[in-house]
Write a protein that binds this ligand. Structure first.
Ligand code: GDP
Ligand code: MG
Length: 846
């Protein structure tokens, strides 16, 4: 077992590994607890294991408080401020150098001693004695008490004195014991990170200050320490007492019945009666312990008085076994050196048990770190310009691709929370833009009065003979302009969306190069900004184009005839409704009258004498009748009706004409008559010239755009428009805007019926024409934006990036790595290196 000699460095490495590298817990080496009856030699054994004289020993009860001794391994070259002075204040110069050499603890020094030559140069001892006797060696071992923090005891004799004093302080001077432990740490390059516990010995009969149940109290105290499964029990029994009476073995069996973690130690083999020996016990034939029995010979009380050094004692011990007639044959399995070796083995197997866990943890950590490292990208790409160029191109392409795929909706990182990219653009076109257009009122800022003024202006001094086309032109053009703001807003929204997309195009890889990322965004932003102007002005010109020529020949245009027909149909409807109301009212009154008459008869019979009353009733009835008549009259003059003053006579003519209008040619005559010829008597415009009927007007129309007009009329090809199916043309008298309506009634220049009709006609034509233009704009603007802004940017993104950024002079700057990230990677690399080393260490432990 060559590895045993390396236990200190190995444990140190592993400890470092599990504690500092894995960072979770320690190797958790077992603590070694010494158990035995009083004066059985516990303190002596412990001292031998540590390799230093520092424990109070002697006859009678000496260990009266538990001593928890933590051995802490420190590097041997630890610098010490006191190193310059040859004699430190606490340093006992009387401590012989040989005691230093023997103080090998659990390291290979014991192995040296176990080799027959006793030569420290033989074997593979990792720590040679002389390394601890140099000037630095004087101060590389010291003890510290928990109850005196910060004070280093370089003199081990003083440590002993402090233990004695501290014991007395708590447990008194008169043999009393106390369960309060003394904590002592020994710092040394020559010890294992291990905890040893020295306990008071078991006694049966109380003496001095000891309580009457001293046995029970010590027993409980000992059990408390050895019950921990992580304890190795050193069960000390003196060889000069019958093993059957061994208290330590009894206690050990209680907590470790299978003897798995108990090492039996037989002390005082030198004190056995002549002719007796412990060979049977040491051979394992008397008491079964997996870890066996080890016989030792410690310094006697006499030796202690004589100041016999540990080294000399160990030599004497070996001498004792190798020359003893009985033990000679098992000498290699006896003595303090062998005890240390056994302890090593036990610790080693414990470490092996822990290794699989550590290994697994280490593998996980390595995997994680490798993954993290990979996420930071390869650091070696910076070597040559070609490499950099290639990397730059790759990153640019990725950025451009990400931009394009975000727009096209093929991006792998499509959000489920909100509309993004292409979907959002589509939404802008259809919802935002579409809605803003459909909610536009075609007659915004246009009052009936404005229309009349326009009509008057366009006809000049002459009264117009037909619907003034010039006025329509004049009026519809500014309304078309209403379409521009929503259209420009559409361009802006799409532009903003593209900007957003471009800013979100980064990849984790790219975040490594913040400069490059910034530049990529900048170039694309510039490109978008560049495209905003042309897109916006194109949209502007789309509106201007619409305004440039008012195409009254558009197949979907309502046209004056249809508009007229609509007006008529609505009048007709109004008329019908009015008649209905009137009939209902009459029926109600009739019924009321009948009821009244019936009541009258009843009243007459009941109150035949009350003649005055009857007269009054008759009067009342007459009054009611008159009221009804009046109310019917006023109904005719209600504002709703007065929009197109429907008095009895004219409505009659209207009805008959409209009935014919949808059908035969004859109707057209009277219809036009009504429209252009039959000027209302109250009309305040000269109407003498318009008195001509029928064909005069018709022919005058014929010279203009008669074909379309009359064609429409006769063929009925645009019936659908009349029926109100044409989008936006559904406006009737009833849904005319409030503003519009108000303009009819205010002011002191009342509308003639003809004017009302003309204005209403023009209004309808404006609405109809506006709808046509709106439809066209709603169709064309998205197409233009798509072509000039979206597709253009999409298609030229990659080229633009390359032409702006792919310059060798820029490589350095663009591929400048993010400092924090570079640091992270270095950290990660170092960590991985440590893990790999750790894995190597573990691999060595076999
Ligand atoms: P503890 O009370 O169990 O800690 O026992 P100590 O270590 O204090 O030893 C008690 C006494 O027995 C001391 O005087 C020791 O010198 C002595 N002693 C311990 N072990 C041996 C041994 O193996 N042989 C001889 N001759 N004396 C021993
Ligand atoms: Mg003791």
């Amino acid at each position: 077992m060559a590895t045993l000699e390396d236990l200190i460095p190995l444990v140190n490495k592993l400890q470092d590994l599990v504690f500092n590298t894995i960072g979770t817990d320690t190797l958790d080496l077992p603590q070694v607890v010494v158990v035995g009856s009083q004066s059985s030699g516990k303190s002596s054994v412990l001292e031998n294991i540590v390799g230093r004289d520092f424990l109070p020993r002697g006859t009678g009860i000496v260990t009266r408080r538990p001593l928890i001794l933590q051995l802490v391994n420190i590097p041997s070259n630890a610098t010490n401020p006191q190193q310059s002075s040859s004699n430190g204040p606490n340093y006992d110069s009387g401590l012989s150098s040989s005691s230093f050499e023997i103080g090998a603890g659990l390291s290979g020094s014991f192995t040296d001693l176990s080799n027959p030559q006793g030569n420290s140069n033989a074997g593979a001892a990792p720590i040679t004695p002389h390394t601890r006797t140099g000037p630095a060696g004087k101060f590389d071992e010291w003890g510290e008490f928990l109850h005196i923090p910060g004070q280093r005891f370089y003199d081990f004799n003083q440590i002993r004195r402090e233990i004695e004093q501290e014991t007395a302080r708590i447990a008194g001077n008169n043999k009393g014991i106390n369960r309060l432990p003394i904590n002592l740490k020994i710092f040394s390059p020559h010890v294992l990170n291990l905890t040893l516990v020295d306990l008071p010995g078991l006694t049966k009969i109380p003496i001095g200050d000891q309580p009457t149940d001293i046995e029970r109290q010590t027993r409980n105290l000992i059990l408390e320490y050895i019950a921990k499964p992580n304890s190795i029990i050193l069960a000390v029994s003196p060889a000069n007492v019958d093993l059957v009476n061994s208290e330590s073995l009894k206690l050990a069996r209680q907590v470790d019945p299978q003897g798995k973690r108990t090492i039996g130690i037989l002390t005082k083999l030198d004190l056995m009666d002549h002719g007796t020996n412990a060979l049977d016990i040491l051979s394992g034939n008397v008491y079964p312990l997996k870890l066996g029995f080890i016989g030792v010979v410690n310094r006697s009380q006499q030796d202690i008085h004589a100041n016999k050094s540990l080294a000399d004692a160990l030599v004497a011990e070996r001498e004792f076994f190798s020359t003893h007639p009985v033990y000679r044959n098992i000498a290699h399995r006896c003595g303090t050196a062998y005890l240390a070796k056994s302890l090593n083995q036990t610790l080693m197997s414990h470490i092996r048990e822990r290794l699989p866990d550590i290994k697994a943890r280490l593998n996980t950590l390595m995997g994680q770190t490798e993954q993290e490292l990979a996420s930071y990208g390869d650091a070696t790409v910076f070597t040559s310009p070609e490499n950099r160029g290639a990397l730059l191109l790759t990153l640019m392409t990725k950025f451009a691709t990400s931009f394009v795929s975000s727009i096209e909706g093929t991006s792998s990182e499509i959000s489920t929370k909100e509309l993004c990219g292409g979907a959002r653009i589509y939404y802008i076109y259809n919802e935002v833009f579409g809605n803003s257009l459909t909610t536009l009122d075609p007659t915004t800022n246009l009052s009936m009065r404005d229309i009349r003024t326009a009509i008057r202006n366009s006809t000049g001094p002459r009264p117009s003979l037909f619907v003034p086309e010039l006025a329509f032109d004049l009026l519809v053009k500014p309304q078309i302009k209403l379409l521009e703001p929503p259209s420009q807003r559409c361009v802006e929204l799409v532009y903003e969306e593209l900007m957003k997309i471009c800013h979100n195009c980064g990849s984790p890889e790219l975040s490594r190069y913040p400069k490059l990322q910034g530049k990529l965004i900048e170039v694309i932003s510039d490109l978008l900004r560049e495209r905003l102007g042309p897109s916006s002005s194109y949209v502007s010109s789309l509106i201007s184009i619409q305004r440039a020529y008012i195409n009254t020949n558009h197949p979907n245009f309502l046209g004056p005839a249809q508009a007229m027909q609509e007006v008529i149909e609505e009048r007709k409807e109004k008329e019908r409704q009015f008649k209905e109301i009137k009939a209902l009212e009459e029926r109600r009154l009739l019924k009321e009258q009948e009821e009244n008459e019936a009541a009258d008869i009843a009243a007459r019979e009941a109150e035949a004498d009350a003649k005055d009353g009857k007269d009054r009733k008759d009067n009342k009835k007459k009054q009611e009748k008159d009221q009804l008549h009046q109310s019917q009259q006023t109904h005719h003059k209600q504002p709703s009706v007065s929009r197109l003053d429907l008095n009895g006579s004219s409505s009659h003519g209207l009805l008959s004409t409209s009935n014919d209008a949808s059908g035969d040619h004859a109707g057209k005559d009277s219809f036009l008559n009504y429209f252009f010829g039959k000027e209302n008597a109250s009309g305040n415009r000269g109407s003498s010239g318009v008195k001509n009927k029928g064909y005069g007007i018709s022919s005058s129309y014929g010279t203009g755009n008669s074909s379309a007009y009359s064609g429409n009329l006769s063929s009925g090809s645009s019936r659908t428009l009349v029926n109100g199916n044409f989008p936006g043309s559904g406006s009737s008298f009833d849904n005319m805007s409030a503003e519009f309506e108000d303009s009819l009634t205010d002011g002191d220049d009342p509308f003639s019926e003809r004017e009302l009709l003309e204005c209403e006609l023009i209004r309808r034509l404006i609405i109809s024409y506006f709808s046509i233009v709106r439809e066209s704009i709603q169709d064309q603007v998205p197409k233009a934006v798509m072509h000039l802004l979206v597709n253009y940017s999409k298609e030229s993104a990659q080229n633009r990036l390359v032409s702006k950024l792919y310059k060798e002079s820029l490589f350095e700057e663009l591929l400048h790595e993010d400092e924090a990230l570079a640091q992270e990677r270095t950290k990660c690399e170092n960590l991985l290196k440590t893990y790999k080393e750790a894995a190597k260490i573990i691999g060595e432990v076999v």
